[in-house]
Design a protein around this ligand. Structure first.
Ligand code: P6P
Length: 335
């Protein structure tokens, strides 16, 4: 039987290969993985753990928080604040950044996360996940502020997610491809189960919330109409549709077998560029997709090139199989 490679061993060996994982970053990634394991245990308890349901509070997005949203946020904060690898953290569930308390040493990394993405699925037992992104604090900044977080996604030094589904799987990139680690519950550790993940350039599967169709702008409407027209239409092939309403689950499927995911701008809230958040949803997912050979744009520009102006800003997202994303982007360019 081939020897199991643990997350720790993978990170150590990757550091030897390409020097992309200095000791402090390796510590950060191992701590995040341990926090995800803890969150997975809470998620798996479901109704047995008295953790389901709403928390009667709202997050910065004005969305009703689930109790597990808050639990997952606290797990990530408590796991990461004392290790000396971070200067500060930012979370979908917190209005402002969380600066590492003075009683702990400060590090050079900034950690951003959506602690439990897809939380509308928690109470109905559908896959959810934790999304994280790692930046380096700008050298020239004394102390740490929200401004330090406002870096383009191309400047991430690590990104990943942990999907809590039939398996608990951690998916990670540090800029040298994408690797997947499945939680071995008997050993209590993440084990390498796939590396050099590749997204096929073509696909027959799209993911979008079709109930918003009447609100989309023309390029998205044209693209989806052509998919729906199938073999008889301009695409000359039939398409399938999936929509889990949990970005982590939809992106995991795309990394595993290809596809295109769209959450575009729509006219329900015309002043909002999209529903998804740039810093801790779109950026980490876009880097993973690009590292696996896919593409990610906001319809017009590469998501990783976008310069953020606000910590919780939103963005339109089109990501996945390269040729499909480029087709959608060409329809925007033709406007
Ligand atoms: P809708 C979950 O709330 C989320 O942020 C993403 O994980 C998911 O892709 C999207 O929103 C689902 O949105 O409007 O279909 O419920």
């Amino acid at each position: 039987m081939s020897q199991k490679v643990s997350l720790t061993r993978y990170l150590v060996e990757q550091q030897r290969v390409d020097g992309l994982i200095p000791a402090q970053l390796r510590l950060l990634l191992e701590v995040v993985a341990r926090a995800c394991k803890h969150i997975s245990q809470s998620v798996n308890k479901g109704a047995l753990g008295d953790i389901l349901g709403a928390a009667q509070t709202e997050n910065v997005q004005g969305e009703l928080q689930k109790r597990l949203d808050i639990i997952a946020n606290e797990v990530l904060i408590e796991a990461n604040e004392w290790g000396g690898h971070l200067a500060a953290m930012a979370s979908e569930e917190m209005d402002s950044i969380y600066v590492v308390p003075n009683r702990y040493p400060q590090g050079e990394y900034l950690l951003l996360f959506d602690p439990l993405d897809g939380s509308s699925n928690i109470d109905v037992n559908v896959s959810i996940g934790t999304i994280f992104s790692v930046l380096k604090k700008p050298d020239n900044s004394a102390g740490v502020s929200e401004q330090d977080f406002l870096q383009a996604g191309a400047r991430q030094v690590a990104a990943g997610y942990c999907v809590y589904g039939p398996q608990t799987t951690l998916v990670l990139t540090v800029g040298d491809g994408v690797a997947m680690f499945t939680l071995d519950r008997e050993q209590g550790s993440f084990v390498l189960t796939q590396e050099h993940v590749r997204v096929p350039a073509d696909t027959k599967e799209f993911a979008i919330n079709m109930s918003n169709m009447r609100h989309w702008d023309e390029p998205v409407r044209r693209y989806i109409d052509e998919c729906l027209a199938g073999q008889e239409g301009p695409r000359g092939k039939d398409f399938n549709m999936r929509w889990v309403a949990s970005m982590v689950a939809d992106v995991h499927r795309i990394l595993t077998r290809g596809g295109i995911f769209l959450y575009p701008w729509d006219k329900r809230e015309p002043n909002k560029p999209g529903k998804l958040r740039l810093m801790y949803e779109a950026n980490p997912m876009s880097w993973l997709i690009e590292q696996a050979g896919g593409a990610a744009t906001n319809g017009r520009e590469r998501i990783l090139d976008l310069q953020p102006t606000k910590l919780h800003e939103r963005v339109s997202v089109v990501l996945g199989s390269k040729n499909e994303v480029e087709r959608v982007t060409s329809y925007y360019a033709a406007l």
